[in-house]
Design a protein around this ligand. Structure first.
Ligand code: NAP
Length: 248
């Protein structure tokens, strides 16, 4: 009988892992997405379920009810709630659990990083003098910018359009999905005379070009640090996660 593997997704690593396992005859893959992205690309040959589970206990029940053999949590490094829930639910359901999390970016010579813990801290750090700010933290956590100093001018890039009610007064929206190219990022930063970038330390290559572009142009980056996660079995790459699946 095929083993059912639940992959919690929403990242390029989840997609790569699925591609690497999809033709394996021993496994049935179930991709779970939060339902945040409006038009997600769903890989063919994979069962997809979309939307929350309803918390830890419901997720554990879902795993047991669906005979899940193992869980790979490949959600985004900042998706703290689902990771905590999945780890606990897998424990309750006695299902092996692995966290697949890409490493954070490391500071390189020339980087002008100001590391902050939260979006609110980043907004405080912007100060009061008017700045031209490039914001790349997704569309759901923009309210602190609206509630902050009104003098700044923002360029906000996200995959889906943010709700108007979260937007600061002076905001231009850019709807775009990575991967992004360094030459394009440099051109963008120059064109709009960006003074400062606000980013999460997401890690990975797909959206790294803004960081290397900022280094080249000597533009400061307010870099939001990753949330602290509990200790759990984890790997850095989809290749390691694939090996783990093949061994269970
Ligand atoms: P979160 O705060 O950790 O999770 C909030 C709730 O959303 C969870 O408790 C769960 O609901 C549901 N959920 C999240 N991911 C899910 C998944 N893969 N499958 C089923 N339910 C899921 O998550 P978030 O930070 O809002 O991120 C949501 C999704 O977007 C994640 O899957 C993540 O991989 C992706 N993403 C996040 C970011 C980011 O910066 N946070 C960036 C890129 C992509 P229940 O409690 O009802 O089960």
């Amino acid at each position: 009988m095929k083993k059912k593997i639940l992959i919690l997704g929403g990242t390029t690593e989840a997609s790569a892992l699925i591609q690497s396992c999809v033709d394996h005859v021993n496994y049935d893959l179930i991709l779970s997405l939060a339902g945040v992205t409006k038009n997600p690309v769903l890989p063919p040959q994979v069962t997809a379920r979309i939307g929350g589970f309803g918390g830890v206990v419901k997720m554990a029940e879902w795993m047991q009810g669906n005979n899940i053999h193992a869980v790979v949590d490949a959600t985004h490094p900042f998706a703290q709630q689902i990771t905590s829930n999945a780890y606990k639910a897998a424990h309750i359901a006695s299902v092996p659990y692995l966290r697949l999390e890409r490493p954070a970016w490391q500071k390189e010579p020339g980087d002008i990083w100001h590391e902050v813990k939260t979006v609110e801290d980043a907004v405080l750090k912007l100060g009061k003098d008017p700045l031209r700010v490039f914001v790349t933290i997704g569309r759901k956590e923009l309210l602190p910018f609206k509630n902050g100093v009104v003098s700044h001018y923002y360029w906000i890039r996200s995959v889906d359009r943010p709700d108007e009610c979260y937007l600061p007064r002076h905001a231009q929206l850019i709807q775009a999905k990575g991967p992004f190219d360094e030459a394009d990022e440099i051109a963008f930063l120059k064109q709009h005379q960006i003074d400062c970038i606000v980013s999460k330390n997401s890690g990975g290559q797909t959206v790294y070009a803004k960081i290397s572009a900022a280094r080249k142009l000597k533009i400061p980056v307010l870099l939001i640090q990753r949330p602290r996660m509990e200790s759990m079995p984890r790997v850095d790459t989809w290749q390691q996660a694939q090996q783990w699946i093949l061994q269970i």
